[in-house]
Design a protein around this ligand. Structure first.
Ligand SMILES: *[C@@H]1O[C@H](CO)[C@@H](O)[C@H](O)[C@H]1NC(C)=O
Ligand SMILES: *[C@@H]1O[C@H](CO)[C@@H](O)[C@H](O)[C@H]1NC(C)=O
Ligand SMILES: *[C@@H]1O[C@H](CO)[C@@H](O)[C@H](O)[C@H]1NC(C)=O
Ligand SMILES: [Zn+2]
Length: 575
């Protein structure tokens, strides 16, 4: 039973885990008994590379023309001096508190932006060669675009991205941190502080790689562009969106060979001393829209109230919302189905019944339906529901100003994450449909997204978009025999197969649907080939967006190795 339970959890849970922020995989591991699961054998890996595979694995891709340079840089990265210098650079970056706030004013119109000037001075100072030899453009003051001209203009450039801003530290939690939240302290194993994983580790890794390549005399054939936004944590409209528009003007639409930004990572699955790694680059992300529901009724003294106040009516609306869930869908052309196929084909010790069901579901509608039921009812319902459909969570509520005054209005905000098959409009229609009876019950005028739907005389129920947040689910990065996917996944395999800190018996790469959004939501016009991936495992990072954020120092070096190989592989590629 334990074995079956762990395997089922693994099957269902694995895929969900990296889609969330990486600290959730820590919770997942604990839940699944990840490390102690001795039953995870390695028998399932024999189908690698077989013809007709539903999840073909690219062989490890190593630079050939740039082999000597890659080796030389890897030796440099091994040196204690290089490591300590890198840790110090990341520590310094963390110590500059580039916190971003939901209510921050426009750039230049709010003193809280000033710290970004300091951050830019620091980068310029630390990455001297990069700033002096490459062309650096500032977009909307703090957006960074760094252009490294290649010698062959017929090759589309690559875009590598990482953001500068970090989520604020809640002052009430400072005491719970092992190290001060902005200490940047290296304790011999970990580098501590807000931003260490998200996203200053990857940003410093990227700049370090470009600096080292310059210093080594590398001259790219293919143009390399670095993009760095500064408001990712509040939606990227000042940073990434402006950067995207700048890039579309300068390079053209669809001009990039690929875009790589933060995202999911890889998962270590230990078993009897062996390690199998599942890397899950995000090849798509869900959509998102925040919806505000507001009830307004006449005010008055609480001593002679009507039967229901705005707050009471809003409560009925919230109950209606929570009792009507969206229906998840398992579609053959969706990213989650591709992930389940990879798991069924390559993950060790997935139960045979599950393997067979996934195989059958490729053609057989009944099996597809049964698979969906198994995923949603038996395996990991919460995570699989999130992967397969639109989710909704009522996350904010407000109303009332005084105990003896009837509240004239009350409102709630619902965070909706839109399933890959759905759309913003479908979510809006869902809200209008489920709240129409509430408006009728309380005799309210229903207004939905600027349109009056029904009229009533006791007040208003209005539904609208909150925070101006409405993003469709992303397009899917091509994966089947697509060259950029092949190069990207071959690079992951090459770096992991040579990894000193993540020794593995095998590496599997699978496409993945990311549940949250990244700056790439603004980059769709730049390329079809977007990869949301940070080269970290679940053991390399802690405390995303919360207390004790820290990154394993050696993992930053691994990230540097990954980006170096990625750049060199792309420089040799002809696509
Ligand atoms: C932060 O780390 C310290 C030391 O490991 C630990 O005692 C504390 O519980 C952690 N805080 C949280 C909220 O995880
Ligand atoms: C709504 O209120 C109006 C005016 O108070 C009243 O005439 C009407 O019957 C009410 N309708 C319902 C469905 O309660
Ligand atoms: C992408 O291109 C379309 C068509 O040119 C344009 O309408 C849209 O605003 C662009 N999106 C971004 C984020 O630049
Ligand atoms: Zn981030």
């Amino acid at each position: 039973m334990t074995w079956l339970f762990s395997s089922l959890l693994l099957t269902g849970g694995l895929v969900s885990v990296l889609a969330l922020t990486p600290d959730s995989f820590t919770a997942f591991k604990a839940q699944a008994g990840f490390h102690t699961n001795a039953a995870l054998g390695l028998s399932g890996l024999s189908s690698h590379g077989v013809v007709g595979s539903d999840c073909p694995q690219t062989p490890a891709l190593h630079p050939s023309k740039h082999c000597e340079l890659n080796d030389r840089l890897n030796r440099l990265y091994d040196s204690e001096r290089f490591k300590l210098h890198t840790y110090e650079t990341l520590g310094d970056a963390i110590r500059i508190r580039t916190e971003i706030y939901d209510d921050i004013g426009p750039v230049g119109g709010d003193d809280r932006w000033k710290v970004f000037d300091e951050f830019h001075e620091f980068l310029e100072d630390r990455f001297e060669i990069l700033y002096s030899e490459l062309s650096v453009t500032k977009v909307d003051e703090y957006g960074l675009v760094i252009h490294w001209q290649g010698s062959d203009d017929s090759l589309p450039p690559i875009l590598l991205a990482a953001h500068q801003d970090v989520v604020p530290v809640d002052v009430d939690t400072v005491d719970e941190w092992k190290e001060r939240p902005f200490s940047g302290h290296y304790d011999g194993t970990w580098i501590w502080g807000r931003g260490s994983c998200d996203d200053k580790g990857p940003l410093i890794a990227l700049m370090t790689v470009m600096e080292e390549l310059l210093e080594a005399g590398f001259t790219p054939r293919r143009t390399i562009v670095l993009a760095s936004g500064f408001d990712e944590e509040i939606g990227g409209k000042m940073g990434a969106l402006q950067i995207s528009q700048y890039l579309q003007n300068e390079y053209g639409q669809d001009a990039f060979a690929l875009v790589v930004d933060e995202g999911s990572g890889f998962l270590n699955m230990e078993s009897e001393g062996d390690n199998v790694i599942i890397a899950l680059p995000g090849t798509a992300e869900k959509g998102r829209t925040d919806i505000r529901v507001e009830v307004s009724t006449p005010g008055g003294h609480s001593s002679f109230p009507p039967q229901h106040t705005s707050i009471g009516i809003l409560s009925s609306a919230v109950v209606a919302i929570e009792s009507t869930k969206h229906t998840p869908k398992l579609l053959r052309d969706g990213t989650p189905f591709a992930t389940y196929q990879c798991i069924a084909e390559h993950v060790p010790n997935v139960p045979d019944s599950f393997r067979r069901l996934v195989e059958k579901a490729k053609e057989d509608d009944e099996a597809l339906c049964q698979l969906k039921q198994t995923l949603l009812e038996e395996l990991y319902p919460v995570q699989n529901s999130a992967l397969l459909g639109t989710t909704q969570a009522v996350t904010l509520i407000g109303g009332g100003i005084k105990v003896n005054a009837l509240p004239e209005s009350a409102s709630a905000i619902v965070s909706n994450r839109i399933g890959q098959h759905s759309s913003v409009i479908e979510v809006r229609e869902h809200f209008t449909k489920i709240l129409r009876p509430v408006a009728a019950d309380f005799n309210l005028t229903l207004e939905a997204f600027g349109v009056e739907v029904t009229t009533g005389s006791s007040g208003h129920l209005s539904i609208g978009t909150a925070f101006n947040n409405a993003f469709e689910p992303s397009p899917k990065t091509p994966t089947d025999s697509s060259n950029p996917y092949r190069i990207f996944s071959g690079t992951i395999r090459a770096v992991l197969e040579g990894s000193k800190i993540h020794p593995s018996k095998d590496v599997v790469v699978s496409p993945m649907l990311v549940l949250v959004n990244t700056d790439t939501r603004h980059y769709w016009n730049l390329t079809k080939h977007i990869f949301r991936y940070s080269h970290f495992s679940q053991e390399d990072v802690h405390g995303f967006h919360t207390v004790n954020e820290s990154v394993r120092a050696e993992a930053v070096i691994e990230h540097i190795r990954f980006l170096t190989t990625l750049i060199l592989n792309w420089d040799e590629a002809t696509v």
